[in-house]
Design a protein around this ligand. Structure first.
Ligand code: DQA
Length: 159
């Protein structure tokens, strides 16, 4: 079964009470429940995590190849600043989709650039909770078409 790592970045644990006019009343718990339901329909397994720490996200992405086939990520504020998360996504060799609840290109100037999106296969922005569900569907379709990943730990035969 395909395994997908879902990463929620900083402050997303506050959804439902945080800037409701921008992000709505949906809570992270509700988003995660909707993701689990969608994953069941798609026949994939999820591991869902939230972190407020850039380094923790870098570590998680960096180690993901061992246990996962793809990454769904909302890097939140780190979207706009983190060269380290972008590099981790590029280095990990797994397909990733970036999602945002709000439409980042209609907001403040500093949000209109994503540092991390170029290291992802796609970005979904502006559909609220549905950005996650659409992102998951797209990611599963994309990853299903990829060749099985090679085991990095395998001992290579000498020629
Ligand atoms: C966000 C958009 C970011 O600009 C912001 O810092 C967030 C949430 C979104 O999902 O709309 O924390 O990633």
């Amino acid at each position: 079964m395909m395994k997908i790592l879902v990463i929620h970045g900083p402050n997303l644990q506050l959804l439902g009470e945080r800037e409701v006019s921008v992000y709505g009343k949906v809570t992270l718990k509700q988003i995660n429940a909707a993701l689990e339901k969608e994953a069941k329909t798609l026949g994939v397994a999820l591991a869902i995590e939230q972190s407020n720490h850039e380094g923790a996200i870098v570590d998680r992405v960096g180690n993901a190849r061992e246990s996962f086939d793809a990454i769904l990520i909302n890097p939140a504020a780190y979207t706009h600043t983190s060269v380290a998360i972008r590099d981790a996504l590029a280095a990990c060799g797994l397909p990733a989709v970036e999602v945002h609840l709000s439409h980042i290109y209609r907001r403040e100037d500093f949000r209109q650039h994503s540092m991390t999106a170029p290291a992802c296969v796609a970005q979904v922005t502006g559909f609220g909770k549905d950005s996650y569900l659409l992102g998951l569907r797209g990611l599963v379709a994309y990853a299903s078409q990829m060749k099985p990943k090679k085991k990095t730990s395998a001992v290579r035969k000498r020629k």
